[in-house]
Design a protein around this ligand. Structure first.
Ligand code: PMP
Length: 373
């Protein structure tokens, strides 16, 4: 016990994070299982070496070159082009979204989200003294747009977070639903200092956007129509660069400028900027595994169903399945067999993220052994 003046609200809280274990099949934090190729490693190493010659200087605070490269990537990936001033980046999309809450949340303000969803959202709210309000998703994890509209009218949230595809369920939202929520958010945010209504910021968290099935559009397509929309992305998942810590967001210039006010100076190190730029130059190669991970996911859903489990359709690189009377026992049984997955989501359910074909084989073998002793 210490006598430190811990801020109210933090007592008893522990640091967030899944277990970090060295097992043959790590399928618990939705990473890409494929390490970078020697060519990518060489280019990153060269770029970092060049950046190291200038490490006596602070990095570029505005990093236009990296923001331009991210804008170019989004244009190819989604067909939506924005100027670099409409891109923001930070150390993982976690930090990008923390910037959103720092700029728009705060005491007396509400952040609205939809459960079950990504468990860091309440932490962004806690850390910015923002009230976190949730509404339950439907049984199939889609959103009841009328209920969302009513919640927005009732709470006047400053920030609404929509994960699409959602973690841990894999559910992508139809663009009509995102549009309806953006319409509902217009004029329904908190009142400004003059008593005038504001537009609630709607963040569509597309951390798993690249894994969406063909025909599922990105919310980036709505950027031109809504000044209160921000679409968040990351290099941690499809791009296979979780260790780099590089997340980013596209929004209007006014929204990005608000994030620039709250960021710490030089938040993105020269090493991160150099490595990210070098990695983005290898976009095609790094993304080449996305199609096979999508196939692996669809095959995993089919296999789990064939085994008699319930498995939800997914537009991400993971699958939520169950229900198990004792999910902890299933988790532990898999772990004993070298397969680490995640206990998360509705009671009884587990989440497995897509690995290499041999890791998925290990998962199937272990699950069969554990559930049919
Ligand atoms: N959003 C969602 C829905 C996630 O699942 C994650 C990572 N688990 C993130 C954001 C954060 O990713 P990162 O900070 O690595 O960009």
């Amino acid at each position: 016990m210490s006598n430190l003046p811990l801020r109210p609200g933090l007592a008893g809280d522990t640091p967030y994070g899944a277990p970090e274990m060295d097992v043959p099949a790590r399928l618990n934090v939705n990473e890409n299982p494929y390490p970078p190729s020697p060519a990518v490693i060489d280019d990153i190493a060269d770029a970092v070496r060049a950046a190291a010659t200038r490490l006596n200087r602070y990095p570029d605070r505005e990093f236009p070159a990296l923001r331009q490269a991210l804008a170019d990537y989004l244009a190819v990936e989604s067909g939506v082009r924005v100027p670099w001033q409409q891109i923001w980046a930070a150390n993982g999309s976690n930090e990008v979204m923390l910037h959103v809450l720092q700029a728009f949340g705060g005491p007396g303000r509400v952040c609205l989200s939809f459960t079950p969803t990504y468990s860091m959202y309440p932490e962004y709210a806690r850390d910015t003294l923002t009230e976190y309000v949730t509404l339950a998703r439907r049984q199939d994890f889609t959103l009841d747009v009328e209920a969302v509209r009513a919640a927005i009218v009732a709470h006047h949230p400053a920030v609404v977070i929509l994960a699409s595809p959602n973690n841990p369920t894999g559910t992508a939202l139809p663009l009509e639903d995102v549009r309806a929520i953006l319409d509902a958010a217009r004029g329904a945010g908190p009142f400004d200092e003059d008593g005038a209504p504001t537009d609630a910021v709607v963040v569509v968290d597309e951390a798993y956007g690249e894994f969406r099935r063909p025909g599922v559009p990105s919310a980036l397509e709505l950027l031109a129509d809504y000044e209160h929309l921000a679409v968040s992305r990351t290099m941690s998942k499809a791009f296979g660069m979780a260790g780099l810590r590089l997340g980013y967001l596209a929004a209007t210039r006014a929204l990005v400028d608000a994030l620039r006010v709250v960021r710490l100076p030089y938040h993105l190190s020269a090493i991160s900027q150099a490595a990210a730029l070098a990695a983005l130059a290898h976009r095609e190669e790094l993304m080449s595994q996305v199609a096979s991970l999508r196939d692996e996911r669809d095959a995993t859903v089919a296999w789990l169903r064939a085994q008699g489990h319930m498995a939800f359709e997914s537009d991400a690189n993971f699958v939520l399945f169950g229900p198990f009377e004792d999910r902890q026992a299933v988790f532990e049984g898999l772990l004993e067999r070298g397969v680490l997955i995640r206990v998360v989501g509705p009671d009884g359910y587990l989440r497995v993220c897509m690995g290499t074909p041999s890791q998925m084989e290990a998962f199937r073998t272990a699950l069969t052994a554990v559930t049919r002793p």
